[in-house]
Design a protein around this ligand. Structure first.
Ligand code: AHR
Length: 491
């Protein structure tokens, strides 16, 4: 019997809803086909945006969407994507798949998508190959209210009112695809470019610096030391890659028990990364005025057989669901510094929440985890502790259980609990300190480890009501089956 203690008297940080954010790049079929089909498409759409996908994303309360990349961001020249569509430049997306980019989805389309999704736009600027002037003009185009060349251009393109834009990223992976810079050089470039990223009128820009690749602590330290006072947040990118190399990542749907535990072991590293990068940030920003944004995270498997390797299209099983559950629990627990996270990527790319095929759409197991966790958005993290044991295969052992808990403004408690074991169920005895619950609702997402949804069977994996749980004098008792994620609401 595992002991689980939730202390409602110890309320911790607010779980910023942006932790449940998404990322969409001009990569493969994420934007084109996935989110945007154009207004002349037979697929039902509103101003070109797929109705089914928009509705699905609204259902998980998507809070923020990052665009246009990724590596694509540092090659993107925003002026190519505005004005009459027939006049927009056609070019090859050299970074991803070598396909034609016709620029039919640009700034105004992205803002329209965010309007339909009712989410915050997060625009990533081009520092790697774009000019300072270009970045300055982009912000002016989107946000300036008054007389200016860019505001006039926006009006000419059909939009008089400025857009509201809070989140602006100044470069992406500038240690790699965004220019192969050293930390010191990027810090100086960042200082220069951000000077011209202006907040106009009421529109206050939240400036986001390119942070480290996984465990590059030197990048974080150099950056916050040299440029910390000019930023609101910096990013962290960490992907869960099962295989030993990028050339042998492993199949998304066919894997061994050993690979199951290796994947979860690797994903749990996020906790250490967030902890150590946060410690460095706090050392230089003791007032907690620099946030950490994990704006690319998720699994990266081999692409589905027969698909363009540059499209990064992969399936999504219960293993991915556990990866999502664990990472979101980690972000919740670190919500004192993690102010945003963006899963890579929203549709048809990497650990997507939605897959499409022509007019068909399916929701992945990862989608269902986001849906079950949405109650955490803007709630307050509660102190909690669960007794665990290490399970798995030798060097890649992982704790059997993983959790986080929050309380919302109405006093409802939301618990999200993962069982990482492939074959063991566990009885859990929960003590809830400081609150007597009268009502309980629980749902479970479970299945075989390789189980996933296909276009022929799109509902193989979906949440169901969970009955193996009851209230007790101290709190509650339950038995969690293997390979599962449970969401519990207590009133
Ligand atoms: O998400 C795919 C790619 O991964 C992004 O373009 C890049 O930032 C990262 O390396």
């Amino acid at each position: 019997m595992a002991k689980y203690v939730i202390n409602t008297l110890n309320k911790k940080s607010k779980i910023s809803k942006e932790i449940y954010g998404h990322f969409s790049e001009h990569l493969g079929r994420c934007i084109y086909e996935g989110l945007y089909v154009g207004d002349d498409s037979p697929i039902p759409n509103t101003n070109g945006m797929r109705n089914d996908v928009v509705e699905a994303l609204k259902n998980i309360k998507i809070p923020v969407l990052r665009w246009p990349g990724g590596c694509f961001a540092d090659e993107y020249h925003w002026m190519d994507g505005i004005g009459p569509k027939e006049k927009r430049k056609r070019m090859i997306n050299t970074h991803w798949g070598g396909v034609v980019e016709d620029n039919s989805f640009g700034t105004d389309e992205f803002m329209e998508l965010c309007r339909q999704l009712e989410c915050e736009p997060y625009v990533n600027g081009n520092l790697g190959s774009g000019s300072v002037q270009e970045m300055q003009d982009w912000v002016e185009y989107m946000t300036f209210d008054g007389v200016s060349p860019m505001a006039e251009l926006r009006e000419k393109n059909g939009r008089k009112e400025p857009y509201r834009l809070k989140y602006f990223g100044i470069g992406n992976e500038n240690w790699g695809c965004g220019g192969n810079m050293r930390a010191e050089f990027y810090a100086d470039m960042y200082r220069r470019y951000q000077t011209y990223v202006r907040s106009f009128g009421e529109n206050k820009i939240y400036k986001i610096a390119c942070g480290p690749n996984s465990g590059d602590y030197n990048w974080t330290e150099t950056l916050v030391k040299l440029a910390g006072r000019f930023m609101d947040a910096l990013t962290l990118h960490y992907y869960t890659v099962t295989g030993p190399t990028w050339d042998a990542k492993g199949s998304a749907t066919k894997f061994t028990e050993d690979e199951w535990y290796t994947t979860l072991f690797k994903t749990l590293r996020m906790d250490e990364l967030v902890t150590r990068h946060s410690e460095i940030i706090k050392r230089y920003a003791p007032d907690n005025n620099i946030g950490l944004i994990v704006d690319e995270w998720g699994t990266w498997h081999d692409v589905e057989p027969g698909t363009n390797p540059g499209f990064l299209y992969q399936q999504n099983t219960m293993r991915d669901a556990l990866v999502a559950g664990i990472n979101l629990n980690i972000f919740n627990k670190h919500s004192d510094t993690v102010v945003m996270a963006n899963i890579a990527q929203t549709v048809n790319v990497l650990q997507a929440v939605v897959l499409t095929e022509g007019e068909k759409m399916l929701l992945t197991p990862t989608y269902h985890v986001f849906e079950m966790y949405k109650e955490h958005q803007d709630a307050q993290l509660l102190d909690s502790y669960i007794e665990t044991q290490m399970i798995g295969t030798g060097k890649n052992s992982v704790p059997n259980l993983h959790e986080s808990v929050s309380i919302n403004s109405e006093g409802k408690i939301h618990i999200t609990l993962c069982n990482l074991s492939i074959n063991e169920s566990y009885k859990i005895e929960t003590e809830i300190v400081g609150k007597k619950a009268n009502n309980i609702k629980a749902r479970i997402l479970t299945g075989q480890m390789e189980e996933h949804n296909t276009f022929d069977a799109p509902e193989m994996v979906k949440p169901k009501d969970f009955a193996n749980i009851s209230l007790t004098q101290e709190g509650l008792t339950l038995e969690i089956p293997p390979v599962s994620v449970i969401g519990i609401t207590l009133e």
